[in-house]
Design a binder for this molecule. Structure first.
Ligand code: ATP
Length: 288
């Protein structure tokens, strides 16, 4: 069995610039990986089939699974006859704004590239990944990047200043399509993406905290008031800066010392079942 780590991402910024003629939104976002990860196990099958194995009943076990789609895409593109069993140990909450499904697809691409001796570069894998979903390209590289286009154009950034991240996910799942559907482009308060790039490049933690921004927050906040409550609690318990990731509902808080994470963790655990204290990974993924 070949094991590949599939880390979650958070958005340090998420901006929507305009709606394109193909109905996708043109976005500009800075994403970075954290050390909360699913584990993907890949085992060759002689019968040519793709099988998904997961103990989590919310993980689809057929072609709706992004990891399944990744294996199918490689089989179709490179005429692979071999099959694969894909074991998914889920740690990343589902439909949370943490790109769990996209990261599973990316890890499957990286792992099968090795298992099937395809010798594809990360750039080639990322280009294939974009066919599965907009976030898959970023997840192929991991690390920290500015993503543009519909999210598939990736420019690598250096690792952000080290800090701790407290993640809190309320019990609801959020549909990304519903949130984008509810977005009104007029009068948006756009995050300062350039300033965030500067904060990362200069390893300026304070400026990074000041530059967090996500235009989808206001939409998700209206649909799910409990997300606002979590953000407020996180601020009150002492996080340096707080933001919703992706289309939500996960909210993350940045903290520069580990000892202060304990108070936030304990405070949030009172009314939120899924709370994690993690680190930023910062660096890019290994090829597999
Ligand atoms: P994003 O941040 O990219 O919008 P997300 O973290 O909000 O993604 P996912 O956890 O990727 O959302 O799940 C979204 C949907 O994708 C789920 O409802 C699920 O049915 C489907 N899905 C497909 N493959 C997977 C997978 N490997 N793991 C989890 N969900 C998957």
């Amino acid at each position: 069995m070949l094991y590949v780590k599939a880390p979650a991402k958070i958005n340090l910024t998420l901006d929507v610039l305009y709606k394109r003629q193909d109905n996708f939104h043109e976005v500009e976002m800075i994403m970075t990986t954290v050390d909360l990860a699913d584990r993907i196990g890949l085992e060759p099958r002689g019968d040519g089939l793709i099988k998904i194995i997961s103990a989590d009943r919310f993980v689809p076990d057929d072609e709706r699974n992004f990891a399944y789609q990744a294996a199918q895409l490689l089989k179709d593109t490179y005429g692979i006859k071999e099959g694969v069993s894909i074991k998914i140990d889920k740690e990343i909450p589902i439909a949370a704004g943490l790109a769990g499904g996209s990261s599973d697809a990316a890890a499957t691409l990286r792992g099968l590239n090795e298992m099937w001796n395809l010798n594809l570069s990360l750039d080639e894998l990322a280009e294939l990944g974009a066919k599965i979903g907009s976030d898959v390209s970023f997840c192929v590289y991991g690390g920290t990047a500015l993503a543009t286009g519909r999210g598939e154009k990736i420019q690598e950034l250096p690792p952000p200043p080290t800090c701790w991240v407290v993640l809190a996910k309320p019990k609801i799942g959020v549909s990304t399509a519903d949130v984008y559907g509810g977005l009104k482009l007029d009068g948006l308060e756009h995050p300062n993406t350039k300033q965030m790039v500067q904060a990362i490049e200069n390893e300026d933690y304070e400026l990074l905290c000041q530059s967090l921004g996500n235009v989808l927050e206001s939409v998700t906040f209206k649909l799910h008031p409990e997300v606002v409550m979590i953000k407020e609690h996180m601020q009150r318990f002492g996080a340096d800066a707080v933001l919703m990731s992706g289309s939500g509902p996960t909210v993350f808080g940045l903290v520069d010392t580990e000892t202060r994470t304990t108070r936030i963790y304990n405070g949030l655990r009172g009314f939120c079942e899924e709370v994690y204290v993690v680190r930023l990974l910062g660096e890019r993924n290994p090829l597999a």
